[in-house]
Design a protein around this ligand. Structure first.
Ligand code: PLP
Length: 450
C-alpha cells in the first residue's frame, strides 16, 4: 500500500481535494510539509496514525496542548458522557466552576478566571484588560516572542536583520497592520534587563502592560533569566503598568505553572492549550483586584468579554480531568524525560559534529541549526542555511517515524516513556550520521507559527 509521500497515497488525494476549497490546501500553515502534508487519521497515546496507516511518535502533541497524548481514556469517557447530555448552553454550567477552581488552586496569582476559546483570544483579552484598568494605550513585548494572532501581540514576531534596528523596531507581522498598532507596541530584547529598563522608562506614561513569556518558543524555549523576570516585575510596579505572563505553553512546567517554578508574580496570567484537555480553550487569570475589570454587577464592566462557546462544558470537562491527572509527580516525570532527551541528543550532535544544538526547558525541546549561545531572539535567529538544516532534520525524522515541528520544536506528553525518548535519540543519530557530509535538502516555504 502506498504511504506518504507517494503520489498515490491517501494524504495526496486529500491534499488535491483540499487545494480546491482551502487556500494553499490547508488551514494551519505550521504543519505544512513538502511536498504535501501528512493527514492524520487518529491518535493513540504517544502515537499518531496517518490516513495511510503509518504510525509515528508524536512530539508535536497538537503544538503542546495534549499533555497526556492522544485520546486518554479518562478524558474520552468524561467527554463522551458530557456530550451525550448537551454540548453548549447559554446558561453557565457546573463544569466551568469546577475547572476554574481546579486552576485557581494551583497558584496564588490565579485567583479568578475568565475563559475564552483560544490562547490568542486570551492574550487579546489580557491586553484589553490592562488598557481598561490603566487608561493607557501601549504594551511592551519581547522581540521575537509569539503570543498568538492579535495584531498587537504579533509585533516584531519575525523581525530580520534587515529590519530589526539597533533598538528593537516595531515591525508588523502581516501586511496592512495599521501604523497606530505599531506605535502602541514597544519592543524590548528578551533577557536584557538594562535595555528593557531604558526603553520602558522612556515611554513610561503610555504603557498599560509588560507582556512576557517565561520560555518563548521562537527564542529556543529557554527559560527567562531571573534578572529579566524580576526587572519586568519591578518596572511594571514603578510605572503603574500590569505584568502579564503568557503561560499558554509554559503552564506545563510545574503544578503551579512557570510562575511558581520561577518565582514570577504576574498581575494577569494567560492560559491555554493543556487546560482545555485537547479542546479549544484560553483563559485570563489573576487576583480579584484586577479581574474585577470583567465584573458586570455594577453595570457595564470596564471590559465586557464573552463569546458563544466560551466555557462550554465539553472543554471544561476535558480540562478538569486533564489537570486532575497532571499532578506534581506526572510533571516531574516528563520534565526528567525532557532532561534525558536534551542530554542524549546533545551527545549525538557532538558525536557526529552536527552543526546545531538542542535547547529547551522542562518537557520542551528545540533543535537549533547553529551553535551560538542563545539568550534572546537575535542570538536564536536562523539564517537560511541554518533554517534549512533544521527543516532537513525534521523531514528526515518524519520519514523515520517522528513528528517534530519544522522549527525543531517538540513537547513531551505523559503518554511517553523512556522508550519513545530513546527511539527519537537513535533516529536522530541515524539521520545526522547520514547527513554528516551532504548538503541540506531543499525546503523553501517560510512558515508562520501554529
Ligand atoms: C505562548 C503562546 N501564546 C499564545 C498562543 C496562542 O494560542 P492559540 O493558538 O490557542 O490561539 C500560543 C500558541 O501557540 C503560544 O505559544
Amino acid at each position: 500500500m502506498p504511504t506518504w509521500p507517494s503520489e498515490h497515497c491517501a494524504s495526496k488525494a486529500l491534499y488535491d481535494r483540499a487545494l480546491r476549497v482551502l487556500p494553499g490546501g490547508i488551514t494551519r500553515i505550521q504543519p505544512w510539509q513538502d511536498p504535501f502534508p501528512v493527514y492524520a487519521s487518529h491518535g493513540e497515546g504517544a502515537y499518531v496514525v496517518d490516513v495511510d496507516g503509518t504510525r509515528r511518535v508524536d512530539f508535536l502533541n497538537n503544538f503542546a496542548s495534549l499533555i497526556h497524548g492522544h485520546a486518554p481514556r479518562l478524558v474520552v469517557e468524561a467527554v463522551q458522557n458530557r456530550v451525550a447530555r448537551g454540548t453548549a448552553f447559554t446558561l453557565p454550567t457546573r463544569e466551568e466552576v469546577d475547572l476554574a477552581e481546579a486552576i485557581s488552586s494551583r497558584a496564588e496569582r490565579l485567583e479568578q478566571l475568565r475563559f475564552s476559546n483560544s490562547g490568542s483570544e486570551a492574550v487579546m483579552c489580557a491586553i484589553k484588560a490592562a488598557r481598561a484598568l490603566t487608561g493607557r494605550p501601549a504594551i511592551v513585548k519581547c522581540e521575537g516572542a509569539y503570543h498568538g494572532s492579535y495584531d498587537f501581540a504579533e509585533v516584531s514576531l519575525d523581525s530580520t536583520p534587515s529590519d530589526w534596528g539597533a533598538v528593537p523596531a516595531s515591525i508588523g507581522y502581516s501586511k496592512g497592520v495599521p501604523r497606530g498598532v505599531l506605535a502602541d507596541v514597544i519592543v524590548v530584547p528578551f533577557n536584557d534587563p538594562a535595555a528593557a529598563e531604558r526603553i520602558i522608562h522612556a515611554e513610561r506614561e503610555r504603557i498599560a502592560a509588560i507582556l512576557i513569556d517565561a520560555s518563548p518558543s521562537y527564542i529556543g524555549l529557554i527559560a527567562i533569566s531571573p534578572e529579566f523576570a524580576a526587572t519586568a516585575r519591578r518596572l511594571a510596579d514603578e510605572i503603574g503598568a500590569l505584568l502579564i505572563l503568557d503561560e499558554v505553553i509554559s503552564f506545563r512546567v510545574h503544578h503551579g505553572g512557570a510562575q511558581t517554578l520561577l518565582g514570577i508574580r504576574p498581575d494577569l496570567t494567560v492560559l491555554g492549550k493543556i487546560i482545555g484537555g485537547g479542546f479549544p480553550v484560553g483563559a485570563v487569570a489573576g487576583p480579584a483586584e484586577y479581574m474585577k475589570v470583567f465584573d458586570h454587577r455594577k453595570g457595564k464592566p470596564l471590559l465586557p468579554w464573552s463569546g458563544t462557546f466560551t466555557a462550554n462544558p465539553v472543554t471544561m470537562t476535558a480540562g478538569k480531568v486533564t489537570l486532575d491527572l497532571l499532578d506534581a509527580e506526572a510533571i516531574a516525570r516528563i520534565n526528567e524525560l525532557g532532561t534525558r532527551l536534551r542530554r542524549d541528543i546533545a551527545k549525538v550532535f557532538e558525536e557526529y559534529a552536527w552543526p546545531g544544538q538542542v535547547t529547551g526547558f522542562a518537557s520542551m525541546f528545540r533543535f537549533l541549526g547553529h551553535r551560538r549561545p542563545v539568550t534572546d531572539y537575535r542570538s536564536c535567529y536562523h539564517d537560511k542555511t541554518e533554517s534549512l538544516r533544521v527543516e532537513g532534520l525534521q523531514a528526515a525524522l518524519l520519514r523515520e517515524g517522528f513528528h517534530i515541528s519544522a522549527k525543531g520544536m517538540g513537547f513531551l506528553s505523559t503518554a511517553m516513556g523512556e522508550s519513545e525518548i530513546d527511539a527519537l535519540v537513535q533516529a536522530t543519530a541515524r539521520v545526522v550520521s547520514r547527513a554528516a557530509s551532504p548538503s541540506p535538502p531543499d525546503a523553501t516555504t517560510r512558515r508562520p507559527n501554529s
